[in-house]
Design a protein around this ligand. Structure first.
Ligand code: MN
Length: 283
């Protein structure tokens, strides 16, 4: 066990033995999915909700640094933040719960699935990226939307899953699970999966507004590549999909297969006048 993990275990040994879960989402604090997730998880742990005060879907991993953030208590242990899911996780872990950190972060339940490459756009999943960056095991929950869908079955599953996770002796602090529920409320199983690939027939449509100026819509009909063992396939066959994710974006295969290219790039030396001031290093 790492020192950090030990520290967390000591922290989580509260006098009443209760474990604590920080719940957030990207659909906003008034969405149905977060209400059901929070009330379901409250049966197995203390729940503190810190969520955006309005919808923040597809905000990805954005962090608000160019304006102040405001936080508003809505009811006991429910806090609305005028920011992104990533802002909420920071406000929760580093401010509201800084003296008694949560044992787990749960994000969702999102209205709509977060499968395959789409996780890179997802605010729901990014909240869990931020959670693991702060050293707290995190789980994202998303609900596929279809004719007979409901959040109830997913919320009940989330409760059983989280109870199981909290019962483990110790969880890896970089544990990050992306859970997707199929639209049928009668789940046919649970499968550990890999991220599938979206095949976007992506288009940009150009139109004119009433003042004659051009405007654009990004859209298209998304499809996914038929491949075994993917999250798409599991959810399509009525199963709950659980994909373990990690933040290390290194392409380890690329380190080997791009060998000759790496060599050529590694031999590049900065041209006259290019070295030196590189700005603040962030973008
Ligand atoms: Mn959303």
């Amino acid at each position: 066990m790492s020192p950090r993990e030990q520290e967390r275990q000591q922290q989580s040994a509260r006098p009443d033995g209760r474990r604590r879960i920080l719940v957030t989402n990207d659909d906003g604090i008034y969405s149905e999915g977060i209400k059901l997730l929070a009330s379901s998880l409250a049966e197995v742990a203390e729940v503190v909700v810190v969520a955006p005060d309005r919808e923040q879907s597809a905000t990805s991993h954005s962090l608000t640094l160019n304006r102040p953030l405001r936080i508003r208590g809505i009811e006991d242990n429910w806090w609305a933040v005028d920011g992104t899911p990533t802002d909420c996780v920071n406000m929760g872990v580093l401010h509201l719960l800084k003296d008694d950190k949560p044992d787990l972060i749960a994000s969702g339940i999102n209205f709509g699935s977060n499968l395959g490459d789409d996780v890179t756009y997802s605010g729901t999943v990014s909240a869990t990226f931020e959670g693991t960056l702060l050293g707290i095991p995190s789980v994202a929950f998303s609900q596929q939307v279809g004719e007979h869908f409901s959040f109830a079955a997913g919320a009940a599953f989330a409760r059983r899953m989280v109870a199981q996770l909290l019962a483990e002796d110790h969880l890896p602090e970089d544990l990050l699970l992306n859970v997707n529920f199929p639209s049928t409320p009668r789940f046919t199983g649970v499968e550990f999966t890999k991220l599938g690939r979206r095949v976007y027939q992506q288009t940009v449509t150009e139109k004119r507004d009433p003042r004659g100026r051009r405007y654009y819509w990004i859209g298209g009909t998304p499809q996914w590549k038929q491949e075994e063992g993917t999250d798409f396939e599991a959810v399509d066959s009525g199963k709950v999909s659980i994909t373990p994710l990690h933040l290390d974006l290194t392409d380890y295969r690329g380190l080997e297969t791009f060998g000759p290219l790496h060599q050529r790039l590694g031999n590049l030396s900065p041209a006259e006048g290019e070295a030196g001031d590189g700005g603040d290093g962030t973008s």
